[in-house]
Design a protein around this ligand. Structure first.
Ligand SMILES: C[S@@+](CC[C@H](N)C(=O)[O-])C[C@H]1O[C@@H](n2cnc3c(N)ncnc32)[C@H](O)[C@@H]1O
Length: 422
């Protein structure tokens, strides 16, 4: 199994292997020998949407196939119970968060867009982002025009000089809220005029970051206008949860598909109202709060403190009093949590792309939870984790892919692992 960047399923390419693992490899396409016969014209250039050259039906069929393939080849499951993928109702302009980078073109002009694939210091300007809404497009163009008129320079990581680094835009798809966060190097600019220029936005923030690393998570953030938090709404089981999201916190990028993902996680959890549920990697409390509507109690663990504060506030503002949240590292917090709260009936994990380490899987197994609901954004790490769990006596009973990232090769899925109660 080889994952090739710079190519889409059906292409014949010459490629160089960049990473070799025991069960799969990664490669970069060098030459397109024969393009897939199914290729269609892209809507607009977008390095973050490499699969837009495939018809949407072909994209999600391929993702379903990739999940099955990962479980067979990497996880060693002979016939994994992969159910049909939940395709997106709207596969374009769906993202509720976008990060743009500032750069300089050949003539020295300021650009605002995306990294050219494989080039860490070259930015291609974007005037239409087919994954974000038209409102986000308009906001980005206003920021670009204002920064050009001010004569501000882009930060150059090679030189370690220049001011503007990133523009992070978040949009509440259900609430209509819009938030702009400008990330710069240390220095000054006419910040209050900038905020006044974006007077339609619900929040305007400014982060000053030192160091050369390309990350929008570091640095000091100052509120220039409006609110620090973005509000979004999640609709599940006929209820609408209004959730606050801090700038530092993770939030699923496709709100409508996230609602379907959480409803699915709740369904697989098989709740009757009597259960104690642990939600590991709980973020701002999204899954925990959805499950709390149907369980006896839910406890969440999350390492990013502002996200934990959001989760606690989200429980309070939605009048959910059977969900508690703790700041901590899952690796060390799980044992003490079992001692304090008791064994869980259902354990939900939603880790980052790297999945769970073997040690964390052992900690999860120690809890003895009869049901584990595994929300994964990477089937190549879900597969070995699920194998370790089944080797310890669990059954992989269901896997359901959810297309959270149309026009990209990324895949989300939810899996259920069960064992008989001792
Ligand atoms: C994929 S997100 C899931 C968040 C949440 N379940 C949701 O759907 O919005 C993973 C979360 O795990 C958190 N995280 C990463 N490593 C962690 C660790 N070692 N212990 C606890 N939380 C961690 C991240 O900050 C992030 O909020």
């Amino acid at each position: 199994m080889v994952f090739v960047t710079g190519a889409v399923p059906g292409d014949r390419v010459r490629a160089r292997v960049t990473k070799r693992k025991r069960a799969y490899a990664e490669a970069r396409a060098l030459e397109l020998v024969e393009p897939s016969a199914e290729r269609v014209a892209p809507r607009a250039p977008h390095p973050g949407a490499p699969w837009q050259v495939l018809p949407y039906e072909r994209q999600f069929a391929e993702k379903e196939h990739l999940v099955r393939d990962a479980l067979v080849r990497i996880g060693g499951f002979a016939d994994p119970p992969v159910e049909p993928i939940l395709a997106a109702q709207d596969p374009w302009r769906y993202r509720n968060k976008v990060e743009y980078s500032f750069g300089t073109d050949e003539r020295g002009g300021l650009v605002l867009g995306f990294h050219r694939p494989g080039r860490w210091n070259e930015i291609d300007d974007v005037s239409e982002d087919v994954l974000a809404s038209e409102r986000v497009d308009a906001l980005r163009e206003r920021v670009k025009a204002w920064c050009r008129a001010e004569g501000l320079s882009a930060y150059d990581r090679r030189e370690g000089a220049g001011f503007l680094r990133n523009l992070v835009v978040r949009e509440g798809r259900r609430t209509g809220e819009l938030q702009a966060r400008l990330v710069t190097s240390p220095g000054d600019f006419r910040a209050s005029d900038f905020a006044a220029e974006l007077d339609g936005a619900d929040g305007v923030l400014w982060t000053r970051a030192a160091g050369v690393a390309e990350t929008t998570r570091d640095g000091e953030t100052e509120l220039l206008a409006g609110s620090d938090f973005l509000d979004e709404e999640i609709r599940v089981f006929g209820a609408a949860l209004r959730l606050r999201v801090s700038p530092e916190a993770f939030f699923q990028v496709h709100t409508e598909q996230a609602e379907r993902l959480y409803a699915l996680a709740a369904e697989l959890a098989g709740l009757r109202g009597t259960e104690r549920v642990f939600d590991l990697y709980s973020g701002i409390g999204t899954i925990a709060l959805c499950l709390a509507l149907r369980a006896r109690e839910v406890v969440g663990i999350e390492s990013v403190e502002p996200a934990v504060a959001d989760a606690i506030e989200n429980a309070r503002s939605n009048e959910i009093d059977n969900a508690r949240f703790f700041a901590g590292d899952v690796r060390t917090a799980l044992r003490p949590l079992v001692e304090e709260a008791g064994r869980p009936d259902v354990l939900v994990v939603d880790p980052p792309r790297a999945g769970l380490s073997q040690k964390i899987v052992r900690r999860v197994l120690e809890t003895g939870a009869p049901r584990i609901v595994y929300v994964s954004c990477n089937p190549t790490t879900l597969a070995p984790n699920a194998r370790q769990m089944t080797d310890a006596g669990y059954r992989l009973s269901a896997v359901r892919p959810v297309d959270m990232f149309p026009q990209t090769p990324h895949i989300e899925c939810v899996a259920l692992l069960e064992r008989d109660s001792p």
